[in-house]
Design a protein around this ligand. Structure first.
Ligand SMILES: Nc1ncnc2c1ncn2[C@@H]1O[C@H](COP(=O)(O)OP(=O)(O)OP(=O)(O)O)[C@@H](O)[C@H]1O
Ligand SMILES: [Mg+2]
Length: 386
């Protein structure tokens, strides 16, 4: 290594990823570092997510640190991302169990989910607080930010995702895949909308047909959606769950290699109390708690611009603090969000610059950062979950 390069490496050791609380060299985030005779430096910074909220800050910190090195005249930084992997490696799949907490064994991923880097459950104890709305908008926001995204509608009794994305009545294609033993297997091809790959039970049933399955049927359907879908390479698979702590939640823990869950609540105490039960369930199974999102936080009157806290104030943040979970942000109660859901045009796609669109985009970045932090800390030590 030339002296010049070593000096540059030392300079880069002073630049931290604030979220991951370590320097870029230790985090192995610097690639292709080169310095010409004329003092022209070039390098690539590989972030842990394309949705990194601190991308600009890190880029300017790198530039500043290198420009301080004597003899450096010019710095060219290329920013890229390699999404960190939060699926628990096979030898670690009993990570929490090893510490005596997890009585369940996640079944090995089938051909469908094996290239999915992070599987994120969207949970809430109470119904109607906006899980599906949040799941749809976060998935669209992550795709807009450059991530490869899937969205699995795991609410078998009330599948709303296709309507919310304008995909009602669509029938997915089936393709031939190969199992690990070489045997052929039918694979569902997800339906794509604005870069988000979607699968829902409602693609396979009539519009007004109820799903009357119970435990074992739900479990095998979820297993199929996880492993018999041609998800391809995904950075994030967002899973919209039904409310509560029932069969689907348990099946998801058993069949998917969950990176973690996010909890959606309104500020209202009844919703917060119900979410606390979800936190307890996932925690008891050793699943990482990635964050709390407060939905319907306030309403801003279009006439007076006054903020009204219809469902109370601060409940989501207090819940996050109580359980030591990151608080990812607040989403206002807005007509455009409801209309976006009903008409299949999520507000993140229809009006990304609106207050609601920006709220979802900012929360998606915070969530991606929380996932990177969880993955790096999981990899850093032994195989243990939080
Ligand atoms: N921030 C918001 N502003 C306005 N309307 C919203 C907001 N969030 C959700 N809604 C609306 O509230 C209703 C319930 O939302 P959603 O279906 O996303 O909740 P859910 O928690 O998924 O419900 P369920 O428990 O039945 O699955 C929908 O009509 C949705 O459009
Ligand atoms: Mg829902």
């Amino acid at each position: 290594m030339s002296v010049c390069t070593q000096v540059l490496v030392d300079a880069l050791k002073t630049v931290k990823d604030p979220e991951l609380d370590n320097d870029l060299i230790s985090l192995q985030m610097v690639k292709d570092l080169a310095c010409s005779e004329k003092g022209e430096v070039s390098l690539t910074v590989v972030l842990t997510t394309p949705a990194c909220p601190l991308k600009e800050q890190i880029e300017s910190d790198v530039r500043r640190a290198l420009m301080r090195v004597r003899g450096v005249k010019k710095v060219t930084v290329t920013m890229t991302a390699e999404t960190s992997d939060g699926t628990v490696p096979a030898e670690c799949s009993g990570g929490a169990e090893a510490s005596g907490k997890n009585p369940m064994h996640p079944t090995p991923a089938g051909p469908g989910a094996e290239k999915v880097r992070n599987i994120i459950g969207v949970s809430s104890g109470k119904g109607g607080v906006g899980k599906s709305t949040v799941a749809v908008n976060l998935a669209c926001a992550l795709a807009k930010l450059g991530a490869r995204v899937g969205l699995l509608d795991a609410d078998f009794h009330g599948p709303n995702i296709p309507i919310m994305l304008g995909l009602g009545g669509v029938i997915p294609e089936i393709t031939q895949g190969k199992q690990a033993n070489g045997e052929p297997i039918d694979m569902i091809v997800p339906v794509e909308r604005d870069g988000v790959k979607v699968v829902s039970i409602s693609f396979f049933i009539k519009e007004d047909e109820p799903v009357i399955w119970r435990g074992p049927m739900l479990h095998s359907a979820l297993n199929q959606f996880m492993h018999q879908v041609d998800w391809g390479e995904l950075d994030y698979l967002v899973v919209d769950m039904p409310p509560g702590t029932g069969d689907i939640q348990i099946s998801l823990i058993q069949t998917a290699r969950l990176t973690g869950v996010i909890h959606v609540t309104t500020p209202q105490s009844v919703s917060v109390l119900d979410v606390a039960k979800g936190v307890a369930l996932f925690k008891s199974q050793g699943i990482a708690q990635l964050g709390v999102i407060e939905n319907m936080s306030y309403f801003i009157s279009p006439a007076t611009h006054e903020k009204t806290f219809i469902f109370g104030q601060g409940g989501g943040r207090q819940l996050a603090e109580k359980f030591g979970i990151p608080f990812l942000g607040e989403i206002p109660l807005e007509v455009d969000i409801r209309v976006g859901g009903d008409t299949g045009n999520p507000v993140v796609l229809a009006s990304p610059d609106s207050a609601a669109g920006q709220a979802f985009i900012s929360i998606a970045k915070c969530m991606a950062a929380a996932i990177s932090v969880a993955n790096v800390s999981r990899r850093g030590g032994s195989c243990e979950h939080d």
